[in-house]
Design a binder for this molecule. Structure first.
Ligand code: SF4
Length: 693
């Protein structure tokens, strides 16, 4: 028997980007473990990826190219050869491109976070084609823009430092489910005496284990941050030296937050004034004692109308109290922009053909509406071809009924690269089998720590599956694209991924990284201890001239949800309950829903509802209920629990639609309205009504 261990990386849309060790015996992967030497992974994988072999060797893996034989959405296909598949795609894309290549749209996101199998060769292909661009907004762009206005970039604390913090605000996330290795640090901090506070409408697994839980109404986090700032200033819990030297606009901020009394804040957030006082005093007084205070803000807070502003406001807090002076103080939303990624080199936007037609960008969050749009001067050509990879839009994009209607267009040519027959694959004309992480090369940045992680192929591709990079290489040949960059191998792409001369990645060397498995970026422990923010002023910007120029309020403010009793009272009379749909612990977006052992753990789609709200509707625990609004409906089993605060229902997600009893999931109810900044979806800005099914 020939057994060896291969260094790999978890590819999934998770901030932790674990370093993995894959044991291979005679060409078969037999074990997947977390690398015990990688400081962030510490030998631990989450429950999902611990089952990676079950996913990789799943009997329903797509192993051959297929073409559609039934109606769109029926999911009936027959096997074809790669030659036939590639020729069919190239013929159709050439016909459309001859009229207007902008009628072709790529659709992709973070099905893999890898640089090579993500947006490198694929983007070269679409740039060379002159296709429409995709605005990749579906998850994080609102918060990303918000934090950049305040801090200058998506960067912040090193996750490894949280264990030294004395107070941690876990804001808008459930790290036990979706940021496990941060949670391990937070628990270590707690063992060392730190206080943990969860700020979340939902009493999640994480909130249950924290010292305090502040259950704000969805979409009101910006108001809570304003109320905290009011109290910090009122009680002089400030670091005046830090404010004077490293921030911009304090006097204007002070004026702005003067009206945000604890009472007003509490009323806006649906909590009580004592909770606001407690939170602000814990934060300010811990910092005043000279102890490090930390915030881990996550993407939950930015899935409502004012989501960008909410993150911006929260990001102002550490500078007020001087938290950045400590390595274990500050805030982290994402470490993504710490990496010196070489996007232009990888994606080659210079390949775009010269054209008299303006380039066009379509927002992935409004794909439902945009697939149903005809040609117009304003929109450009109707979308005639979609190439979907690393994404499952029929299940994950908002206002799902419209998305499915768009995908069902008989005149739309749809190609899907996938591992499994997802809800989206059911609408494909051509299906191409893609390799999983164990079968291809990749290199990973992350958005939750500071390591570059390598992924070596552990086993040969199963069946006839191919890496995304190879599929786009082959398609480029069929299209007649002879630019030398289409001959770059996956190793070539990985070697181009980061700027090896950049101070953060001074030792980046792909051949060495492949052997070592991971390397840490060269970043100082307390990056903003003496200012140096990458904003236009070099300071933490309480006042942002850039925001003013972009037509936004230049100061922290509160933008209420689109759908709430305060902002839309008539709608709230009809649909009085707010709904959020955060990740189920054993799923990662829609990945893993078809892994039987994980789905069995989750059972079936359910809705958590407060006992009072359930009583009002004569709903008992275990009843099947219909959740509905003007956009659609879904059926789920009621879990009557105080984990959902009164006025809120929680539909943990994201189920494959076809694996639910009614063929629907929570995105039947979500809207295509966009956030205040970043053009992102408002998944947690939803009002619904519930009745017994
Ligand atoms: S999903 Fe996250 S926690 Fe789980 S193995 Fe992957 S990176 Fe680690």
């Amino acid at each position: 028997m020939n057994t060896h261990v291969v260094r790999a990386a978890c590819p999934h849309d998770c901030p932790d980007t674990c370093a993995m060790l894959v044991t291979v015996t005679d060409g078969v992967a037999t074990a997947v473990k977390g690398d015990p030497d990688h400081p962030n992974t510490a030998g631990v994988l989450c429950t999902k990826v611990a089952r990676y072999l079950e996913r990789t060797y799943h009997p329903e893996r797509l192993l051959h190219p297929m073409k559609r034989t039934g109606k769109k959405g029926e999911g009936k296909f027959e096997q074809i050869s790669w030659e036939e598949a590639l020729n069919t795609i190239a013929t159709r894309l050439k016909q459309i491109a001859a009229r207007d290549p902008r009628a072709i749209l790529p659709y992709s996101y973070a099905g893999t976070m890898g640089v090579v199998q993500g947006e490198s060769m694929a983007m070269r292909f679409f740039h060379r084609l002159g296709a429409s661009k995709l605005d990749r907004t579906i998850c994080s762009s609102a918060g990303g823009v918000g934090i950049k206005y305040t801090l200058g970039a998506k960067m912040g604390m090193d996750t490894e430092q949280y264990e030294h913090s004395k107070l941690i605000l876990i804001w808008g996330g459930n790290p036990i489910a979706s940021n496990l290795h941060f949670w391990m640090r937070a628990q270590e901090a707690k063992r060392r005496g730190a206080v943990l506070v969860a700020i979340d409408p939902y009493r999640s697994l994480t909130a249950e284990k924290c010292d305090h839980h502040i259950p704000v109404l969805p979409g009101t986090d910006a108001a809570l941050a304003l109320g905290m700032m009011h109290i910090l200033i009122r009680d002089d819990l400030l670091d005046h030296d830090y404010i004077d030297n490293y921030t911009l606009g304090y006097a204007l901020l002070k004026e702005r937050v003067a009206s945000w009394t604890p009472e007003k804040t509490a009323e806006t957030c649906g909590i009580n004034a004592e909770e606001v006082e407690l939170l602000a005093s814990l934060y300010g007084e811990t910092a005043k004692r000279g102890d490090p205070v930390a915030i881990r803000v996550n993407y939950g807070v930015q899935r409502a109308h004012g989501g960008g502003m909410a993150v911006r406001n929260i990001a102002c807090l550490p500078a007020l109290v001087g938290a950045w002076r400590h390595a274990a103080g500050g805030v982290l939303l994402s470490s993504g922009e710490t990496y010196p990624k070489m996007d232009k080199q990888l994606q080659r936007p210079d390949l775009m053909p010269a054209s008299d037609k303006p380039t066009r960008t379509i927002n992935m969050s409004t794909i439902g509406d945009d697939l149903l749009r005809g040609a117009s001067a304003e929109f450009g050509p109707a979308v005639e071809a979609l190439v979907v990879y690393n994404s499952n839009p029929v299940a994950v994009a908002p206002e799902s009924a419209k998305v499915a209607q768009g995908f069902a267009r008989e005149d739309l040519f749809t190609v899907v690269l996938e591992h499994f027959q997802t809800d989206t694959v059911d609408y494909a004309d051509i299906v191409l089998p893609a390799t999983t992480q164990l079968e291809h090369t990749d290199i990973h940045a992350t958005y939750g720590h500071l390591y570059i992680v390598a992924n070596n192929p552990a086993i040969a591709p199963l069946g006839e599956s191919k890496p995304n990079s190879e599929i786009f290489r082959l398609l480029a040949v069929k299209m007649g694209f002879d630019d030398p960059c289409f001959q770059d191998t996956d190793d070539d792409l990985a070697a181009q991924a980061f700027d090896a001369k950049h101070t953060h990645a001074i030792h980046f060397n792909w051949p060495r990284l492949k052997q070592d498995g991971w390397m840490k970026l060269n970043v100082p422990d307390a990056p903003f201890a003496q200012g140096g923010f990458p904003t236009p002023s070099g300071k933490c910007e309480f006042y942002s001239e850039q925001m003013k120029q972009h037509g936004l309020d230049p100061l922290p403010t509160y933008i209420p949800p689109y759908e709430s009793a305060a902002s839309a009272p008539e709608l709230a009379q009809k649909y009085p309950l707010a709904m959020i749909s955060p990740p189920q612990r054993n799923f990662l977006n829609t990945t893993f829903v078809n892994v039987k052992s994980l789905r069995d753990t989750e059972g079936e789609p359910y809705l958590e509802i407060h006992p009072t709200d359930a009583d009002d509707r004569s709903i008992a625990d275990g009843d099947m209920v219909r959740i509905f609004n003007d956009r659609g409906s879904m059926v789920a089993k009621a879990h009557v629990t105080a984990n959902a605060r009164q006025g809120l229902v929680v539909a943990l997600s994201i189920w494959w639609k076809k694996l639910a009893s009614d063929g629907k999931n929570a995105n039947e109810l979500t809207s295509q309205r966009l956030t205040d900044m970043g053009r992102a979806p408002t998944f947690y800005d939803v009002l619904v009504q519930i009745e017994k099914a």
